[in-house]
Design a protein around this ligand. Structure first.
Ligand SMILES: Cc1ncc(COP(=O)(O)O)c(C=O)c1O
Length: 433
């Protein structure tokens, strides 16, 4: 099945102009000519569109806060776009707190959700004045001077989970994340005793979920826990964060998540439980990453060599070092030849990178036109967990990133060179002779 469906996504940023892939008004092969290969190309407008769509779907129904999960794409320019739209920031580690602060998010707009945090990490977040979402009640003991922040939140493991094909499951009996209800209840009671005044509750149970029914079911489960804890401990929740996990279609067989329907069913479940437990109308929050940025980017790479062997292998200058998801999860990413759109697929090939691992395959058994050296392969849905998971493995400098807005294209991360591979390395003097 052809991947050309990515050009027809409603409100999408990609188009076929005369057989050439464009992002907004800019030709992808031209960008590769200007900025080199491999190249992450992102559309600012698509990120804004995704934010408005998701935020609008919830906020027209209830007071709502949208945290962007910084880990999905940490580029400061991306953070800047989402800050301008009104996002808050969900940070998973001190470095993300640092990055979000650099991008202009004040501490009041940052939620820190770590897991297995060291004392230093807890204290970094405490000193930064951000809201800490504790993964375990015992983490309260790591706070500097036993001082509990005014606002305390716990990540709950509600006992249910769902993830996409990649198996991205973050809750349930075997998950390392979150606290069971009794542990969290103890944590809230202790925080209250120590002087905490405001409380939040949180879950993040899985990623890339395309089943719309899952979200209201998980919300109900979290709200039951919130309702019971609130009665038991004698406190009110100011906010309820239902996490991220909103999926995007990667393969032609997958259907788009109807986010407006998801929002209305989540808000309905939320309201019903607010009434059932007589809660004083907490704020609803969510913290998506993928949904906001995944389909805003392509990874453009250049064909280096085509080999006819047991099958046809199209070797490109990107690989598992540039986009790890196919090697890590066997994830499907749509692929098109950016300078030959609309040409007939007359071969089936594997697209692979140059890393010395046989798992270094970006796409398997795909229909392609008969490509040659120098053609540009575009790998779609590369905006989330793309660059963020990239590495220098096999001594490959990291790719550059470009942000497109209409006909404007700017480098938002420079391409690494060989010197970046030895950055920070030092050699004892005795080895220099
Ligand atoms: C705590 C937390 N929040 C939010 C997210 C974002 O998830 P997604 O990109 O599926 O929306 C993640 C992803 O791993 C996460 O671990």
């Amino acid at each position: 099945m052809s991947d050309s469906w990515v050009l027809d996504v409603p409100g999408g940023c990609f188009s076929n102009r005369g057989g050439v892939l464009h992002v907004d008004d800019v030709s992808v092969p031209d960008l590769v000519g200007r900025f080199g290969s491999p190249l992450y190309v992102m559309s600012e407008n698509r990120i804004r569109h995704n934010f408005k769509r998701l935020h609008g779907a919830f906020s027209r129904l209830t007071p709502f806060r949208l945290y962007y999960a910084v880990k999905a794409n940490t580029n400061l320019a991306v953070l800047g776009v989402l800050r301008q739209e009104g996002a808050f920031a969900d940070c998973s580690c001190p470095a993300e707190i640092y990055e979000a602060s650099l991008a202009g998010f004040g501490p009041e707009k940052i939620l820190y959700t770590g897991n297995y945090n060291s004392t230093e990490e807890v204290r970094y977040a405490q000193a930064a004045g951000v809201t800490i979402n504790f993964d375990d009640a015992a983490l309260l003991g790591k706070l500097e001077g036993g001082r509990v922040p005014e606002t305390v939140c716990f990540r709950i493991n509600p006992g249910m989970a769902k993830g996409g094909k990649e198996g991205l499951i973050f809750a349930g009996p075997d998950a390392k994340f979150g606290s069971p209800e009794e542990v969290a209840a103890r944590g809230y009671a202790e925080a209250k005793k120590l002087g905490a005044k405001r409380f939040g509750i949180h879950m993040m149970t899985g990623s890339n979920v395309l089943d719309p029914k899952y979200f209201p079911a998980a919300t109900s489960a979290l709200m039951d826990i919130a309702g019971r804890i609130s009665k038991k401990v004698g406190m009110e929740f100011e906010f309820v964060n239902v996490g991220g996990g909103f999926g995007v279609p990667y393969s032609p067989k997958e259907r788009e998540l109807p986010i407006e329907g998801v929002a209305s069913s989540v808000v309905e479940a939320f309201r019903q439980k607010v009434e059932q437990y007589g809660m004083s109308r907490p704020l609803l929050a969510a913290e998506p990453g993928r949904f906001l940025v995944a389909d805003s980017a392509v990874l453009a790479s250049t064909v280096c060599h085509v080999k006819s062997s047991s099958k046809t292998f199209v070797g490109v200058d990107a690989g598992m070092n540039t986009l790890l998801r196919p090697a890590l999860y066997n994830a499907y990413h749509p692929v098109l030849v950016a300078n030959r759109l609309g040409e007939r697929d007359d071969q089936v090939a594997n697209i692979c990178g140059q890393v010395c691992e046989n798992t270094d395959v970006l796409a398997r058994d795909r229909g392609l036109p008969r490509v040659k050296e120098g053609d540009i392969i575009a790998i779609f849905n590369a905006g989330a967990y793309g660059f963020a998971m990239s590495s220098q493995y096999n001594n490959r400098p990291r790719a550059a990133e470009v942000l497109v807005n209409g006909s404007d294209a700017q480098v938002i991360r420079r391409r690494e060179g060989f010197s970046d591979l030895v950055q920070g390395v030092s050699v004892p003097a005795r080895l220099l002779t």
